[in-house]
Design a protein around this ligand. Structure first.
Ligand code: GDP
Length: 522
């Protein structure tokens, strides 16, 4: 059991769209022997221009089931890659996926540097102390000076960095990288499949000149000296404490620097870590099985109401057909066909270990944050629900279908597609999302899967904040004063709908005992 835990590496690759996440994922799978040729991994991107291209969305949902988790064996390790949607309107989905990983690889475009989406995702990693490795991609293109890039990463992502490889030129003059971690020179040959030529080399020997010429050899020595002077020596514990991010350079498209990244990754990345539950800390080595649902993908096939609930195993061994307790429902369930995922195919499994993700076929029993145990009353913490950024009233457009509409809304919210609030003043339902696309997805899916028509009505809000206070009197006074702007979330918690930043600031000043939270937990 301990061996199984120690050899697992469960992580996500995150990036701003187009930095090269899909390409890197594909190359990693190539090394894992999961696919034989490049081009086999489908991007689950929704192109920006395709906001109303429903085929795209349906395709994306179909693809996202099979590519949600990709697992493979590499050397003695079992690697689980969790895919995250690239489109920013689905950022919430990505945030939740990050709760199920033990580490993260961030892909940065060497020409563009740190971009908006990367910054936001890194915030989540920082909140959770998730160790990160940075891969600076597209070195075969003209990019920025590596020292500048590293400075930008430190400043923008607020983490110290330590290069473990160093590029020799870039763009058309790109010669390769010096692998500081292994002390090897990796020479670049543009190629999409072949692994690079590696030369074990003493950096001070003539051999360096021999391989890359006098000028570049001298520059490389100077660069490396500077690297050693500027950056602290690499200590794996700093990385594991999420205090420092090792950095690699390469070109995913040309399969360059990818194996070096993977080799270092499996060696230093953490195996499954303890998880905090409300009641106690759950250690992967604990004998009894526990797990939580972090993602649900539903109704892919309109002919069957088929959902897949993704469960991260946190402790113990999961066994097919064994009785497990669904803590929220208080009932016992058995799973006869749990699946694991391998590139494009799924297969039934008999057992799974901490770090593994299993797909549980579901017919509406699960919602995000649900816990499974061998009987213990346990609730995992930390699945965040962020204050949405856009809000609309949802109205029934077909009075004959009220029931269908309510059921549809309920199930979509269980899946975590968006958030529902009910205004306590007028009883109207409000849907909050991260982006416009989600409204379109909801309307489309309500019609197609639940035969219910909805209509959106504009609502201009700045933020939804969950409020709480030790001072019951002041809380009541606040709710009275703001009665038109008070709502309940699905768990019945009080939510204040602030219509502007100014109003929110005034409220914070006037009601000092009240805490305004911009995230809640499932
Ligand atoms: P994602 O949105 O982060 O998944 O990005 P993709 O993997 O789909 O890559 C975006 C684009 O960048 C594609 O056209 C890739 O072919 C290209 N790309 C990825 N890696 C490299 C690289 O190392 N060099 C170059 N020149 N292009 C790359």
């Amino acid at each position: 059991m301990l061996d199984e835990i120690k050899r697992r590496r469960t992580f996500a690759i995150i990036s701003h769209p187009d930095a090269g996440k899909t390409t890197l994922t594909e190359k990693l799978l190539l090394f894992g022997g999961q696919i034989q040729v490049a081009g086999a991994v489908k991007s689950n991107k929704i192109k920006k221009t395709a906001t109303s291209d429903w085929m795209e969305i349906e395709k994306q949902r179909g693809i996202s089931v099979t590519t949600s988790v990709m697992e493979f064996d590499y050397r003695d390790f079992k690697v689980n890659i969790l895919d995250t949607p690239g489109h920013q309107d689905f950022a919430e989905d990505t945030f939740r996926t990050l709760t199920a990983v033990d580490s993260v690889i961030i892909v940065v475009d060497g020409a563009k540097g740190v971009e908006a989406q990367t910054r936001k995702l890194m915030e989540v990693c920082r909140m959770r102390n998730t160790p990160v490795i940075v891969f600076i991609n597209k070195m075969d293109r003209e990019g920025r000076d590596p020292f500048d890039l590293l400075d930008e990463i430190e400043a923008e992502l607020q983490i110290k960095v330590r290069p473990l490889s160093w590029p020799i030129e870039q763009g058309l003059r790109f010669k390769g990288v010096y692998n500081i971690y292994e002390g090897k020179l990796d020479l670049y040959q543009p190629s999409k499949q072949v692994v690079t030529e590696k030369v074990e080399i003493d950096i001070d020997s003539e051999e360096l000149e021999h391989n890359i010429g006098e000028q570049l050899a001298e520059k490389l020595r100077m660069d490396l000296e500077l690297v050693d002077g500027v950056y602290p020596e690499f200590d794996v514990n700093d990385y594991l404490k999420a205090e420092i991010a090792p950095v690699f350079f390469g070109s995913a498209l040309n399969n360059f620097g990818v194996q070096e990244l993977l080799d270092c990754f499996v060696e230093i990345a953490p195996s499954p870590r303890p998880v905090q539950a409300e009641e106690r800390v759950v250690n992967p080595e604990d004998e009894k099985f526990t797990g939580f649902i972090f993602k649900i993908t539903a109704n892919i096939d309109p002919n069957h109401r088929s959902c897949v609930a993704f469960c991260k195993v946190c402790s113990g061994k999961f066994v097919r057909n064994a009785p497990y307790k669904h803590v929220r429902h208080g009932k016992t369930m058995r799973f006869s066909s749990p699946t694991q995922f391998m590139a494009q195919k799924k297969s039934t499994i008999d057992e799974a270990y901490p770090g593994d993700i299993i797909g549980l076929p579901d017919t509406g029993n699960f919602k995000i944050g649900d816990t499974l145990t061998e009987g213990e009353e346990l609730h995992f913490k930390g699945l965040p629900s962020f204050s949405p950024e856009m809000f609309k009233y949802i109205e029934n457009a077909d009075p004959m279908k009220t029931k269908q509409l309510n059921k549809g809304i309920d199930q979509l919210m269980d899946e975590g597609v968006a958030q529902l609030f009910v205004n306590q003043f007028n009883g109207r339902k409000i849907i909050g999302t991260v982006g416009q696309l989600q409204f379109e997805v909801i309307q489309y899916r309500l019609l197609n899967e639940y035969n219910a028509a909805c209509r959106w009505e504009p609502l201009s809000l700045y933020k939804a904040c969950w409020i709480e206070s030790d001072n019951a009197e002041e809380l009541e006074a606040f709710k009275k004063r703001k009665y038109q702007f008070m709502a309940k979330d699905r768990e019945g918690r009080d939510v204040f709908l602030a219509d502007s930043n100014y109003v929110l600031q005034m409220a914070q000043m006037d009601f000092k005992s009240i805490k305004f939270h911009f995230t809640s937990e499932f």
